[in-house]
Design a protein around this ligand. Structure first.
Ligand code: NOJ
Length: 726
């Protein structure tokens, strides 16, 4: 007699290999059900519930919470013909409810381990609450701080960006997607979205093949190599072909060159927007172009649902291509273990979310993300016994801004403000006075009087200024990079009243704070540090933590210098102060306000004993770079030792510097450590005129230092042979 077990369809049998389960399931699906798997909608409505029952929805975004996801999942699993579970997606970018620094802040740690930890905590919280899939990491290189989405990524450098991309994917996905603490990652926005002209979101991108391959693609490649299960195709037009209908990037590069096996989801209605781009006359053409190019799932556009059946019937799309997309999607669902564990336990969610361990990690990582931009006369740290402190500024007691953009389910009530943090730190005798001074935006200076009164009564004024929570992120581009509103006037007024000013910045992009950089003795870049903001910042101000973060992006003096980035070319006329006919400005220095990699410490680090050894072994040649870093000051502190190279003469022009390695180390006063990097020759390679990856014989300069401008040790290395990489 047949047992129940033997009747169970293969696709529901966890002991069968995934590919077999997929084939079995696919063979049972109607074309409409297959197309359903390729459709994703935002939120949940009665209409969507009906569609789920009919097998017309594969995934939902923006549905979360253990009870709610269980409720909706039940409709799919128990109410639809084949019971295929839904995949719930959400933008979990820098925390779920325990909010960490924004991704630009995470990158400022230059510490992939803690960045990975932040992602794994975010994943554990979100998965506990029924979410399976994060639309993260955002790995778009951003060389234009006007672009609001600078906040969501790792900054301007392809190497740092790649290290962070890998760390984040590994953190989200963990060792196995079936682990109930893991989320599937979705590196975005593929590709070159950050290259938007004028720094204006969604704008045209027109870049060379070289720039595409050398600058914008590497972090995506790193994310794919780290095993990212999905990828999001971007909104932008790339060299005339929109990224969500681009077979060159979606097929030739992603699938053929990199061997990506996951599925591609479009950005929000990016398929429908092909009509606006002017490459499709209607949704049918749009769907045909996107699917043929390689987009497997339609986010919120409803284009695939409306168009694909007809396209298959007319023979414009093969059922094979539909099957391919569905198989990729189902594979991720099987890998997630959704058929075995479609529901989550609300009690488990309560235990995991915002647990003590997560809050402690949020504090540690927030501290690591802080960058000390300036500290003249070692004004910082200040004593906790200081008689009086004035805490001033529109962000000083703001609970929203520290969460930053895309802060998922972060709750402002959980945020420790700077004022809270300072109060918790100073001695019981210290007088702490607060005045808002002004709003983040707007022209009213009414609050200045009170701010000045407070400042005059105190020994030190801590002024917390920057951008509001919604001033960076998607569709949050700015044509000016100054402090918004009258905030700079507030800082000036307090400074001119004779107060000793410490400026704390909270912002999602580099700001052109030239006046402050010239006048204010101590400036702390805190970015948007997350829910532990106030404690982290106060720890730095009062010396319980010695800051060691470094800028992942260049700060311009003024918006007119943009784009400005450290890994630029030398040009035929490199800038010279004494020669007018060189590449510079008449009205402002050509140099940045604060360079890439910059960040100070309360202590001093000395670099010495650079050794460069080459180990010649054919294509596998490696280069070992070794040097010593010593803490020559009196505070324990972190240094991020940075390794840059320059290919002195090559067949195509090369950047003046390229980051190739970094290490964040902690040193006790007087302690010395040896730092070692191993470079492969492939890491020295570049794309020649024929777009072949080569290393050419000749001299490479090796530069080691504390920032891209603060180079402490230099040496040379000679490559003897020409090597072409496949
Ligand atoms: C549009 C954004 O561009 C993308 O980053 C995000 O993941 C989706 N919306 C979903 O919220």
């Amino acid at each position: 007699m047949e047992t129940f077990e033997s009747k169970k369809p293969i696709y529901l049998d966890p002991n069968q290999p995934i590919d077999r389960r997929i084939e079995d399931l696919l063979s049972r699906m109607t074309l409409e059900e297959k197309i359903g798997q390729m459709c994703q909608y935002s939120g949940i409505t009665k209409e969507y519930e009906g569609m789920i029952r009919d097998g017309r929805v594969g995934s939902l975004l923006n549905v979360f919470g253990a009870k709610e996801t269980n409720r909706v999942q039940k409709i799919a699993v128990e109410g639809s013909r084949l019971g295929i579970p839904l995949m719930f997606g959400l933008d979990v970018l820098h925390g779920y409810k325990t909010i960490f620094p924004i991704p630009l802040g995470l990158a400022s740690t230059w510490d992939p381990e803690v960045v990975s930890r932040a992602a794994s905590i975010a994943a554990a919280e979100a998965r506990a609450d029924g979410v399976h899939w994060t639309f993260a990491p955002m790995v778009d290189i951003a060389r234009d701080p006007r672009w609001g989405r600078v906040a969501e990524g790792a900054g301007e450098d392809p190497y740092l960006g790649s290290v962070m991309a890998r760390a984040l994917v590994e953190g989200y996905q963990g060792a196995s997607l079936s682990d109930q603490n893991a989320l599937v990652a979705c590196p975005k926005h593929y590709v070159a979205y950050g290259g938007a002209e004028g720094g204006r979101d969604y704008n045209t991108v027109d870049i060379s093949e070289r720039t595409l391959r050398e600058i914008y693609l590497p972090p995506f490649r790193a994310a794919v190599e780290a095993g990212a299960g999905t990828i999001m195709s971007a909104f932008n037009d790339l060299n005339g072909i929109p990224a969500s209908a681009n077979p060159y990037t979606l097929k030739t590069i992603l699938r053929d060159e990199w061997g990506f096996e996951g599925f591609v989801v479009s950005d929000w209605n990016a398929i429908g927007e092909l009509i606006n781009h002017g490459i499709a006359e209607n949704i049918f053409e749009a769907a045909e172009k996107s699917l043929k190019a390689g987009v497997d799932m339609d986010m919120q556009g409803d284009v695939y649902r409306q168009a694909l059946l007809k396209l298959v019937e007319e023979g414009r799309i093969s059922e094979e291509r539909i099957n391919e997309a569905v198989k990729r999607i189902l594979k991720i669902k099987f890998k997630l273990g959704l058929f075995e564990h479609p529901y989550v336990d609300p009690e488990h969610a309560k235990k995991v979310i915002k647990c003590r361990e997560h809050l402690e990690a949020a504090l540690e990582i927030a501290k690591k993300s802080i960058v000390l931009l300036k500290n003249e006369g070692s004004l910082l740290p200040i004593s906790k016994n200081v008689e009086s402190v004035a805490v001033i500024g529109p962000l000083a007691d703001d609970r929203e801004a520290p969460l930053g953009p895309w802060s998922c389910l972060g709750d402002p009530r959980d945020v420790v403000t700077v004022l809270d943090g300072i109060k918790s730190k100073v001695s019981p005798k210290t007088k702490v006075l607060y005045a808002k001074g002004c709003e983040v935006e707007g022209s009213s200076t009414e609050g200045f009087k009170e701010a000045l009164r407070v400042a005059k009564e105190c020994k030190v004024a801590i002024v917390v200024v920057g951008e509001g929570r919604e001033m960076s992120g998607e569709a949050a581009c700015r044509a000016f990079l100054d402090l918004p509103g009258v905030q700079e006037d507030l800082v000036k007024a307090i400074y001119e009243a004779g107060a000793q000013v410490i400026e704390v910045l909270m912002n999602g992009r580099p700001l052109s704070i030239q006046w402050s950089a010239e006048h204010i003795p101590a400036i702390i870049e805190a970015w948007f540090p997350g829910i532990q903001a106030g404690y982290a910042i106060a720890d730095v101000i009062f010396g319980d933590y010695n800051p060691g973060g470094k800028l992942p992006i260049t700060f311009p003096r003024t918006v007119g210098q943009v784009p400005i980035y450290y890994n630029h070319k030398n040009t035929g006329r490199p800038p010279s102060q004494v020669n007018r006919w060189t590449s510079k400005y008449l009205d402002i220095p050509y140099t940045p306000l604060f360079p890439f990699g910059h960040g100070l410490s309360f202590t001093k680090f000395e670099y010495s004993d650079l050794e460069i050894t080459s180990n010649e072994a054919g294509e596998k040649d490696t280069l070992t770079i070794r040097f010593k870093v010593k803490n020559a000051g009196k505070y324990r502190g972190d240094e991020v030792a940075q390794l840059y190279i320059n290919d002195a003469v090559a067949s195509v022009t090369r950047p003046v510097k390229e980051l190739k390695g970094f290490k964040r180390i902690t040193l006790e006063p007087g302690e010395e450590k040896t730092v070692e990097f191993t470079l492969t020759l492939e890491q020295l390679s570049f794309l020649n005129q024929h777009m072949k990856r080569v290393v050419e014989p000749g001299i490479f300069k090796i530069m080691v230092g504390s920032s891209s401008e603060d180079i402490r040790l230099t040496g040379n290395f000679v490559v003897k042979r020409y090597i072409e990489f496949s």
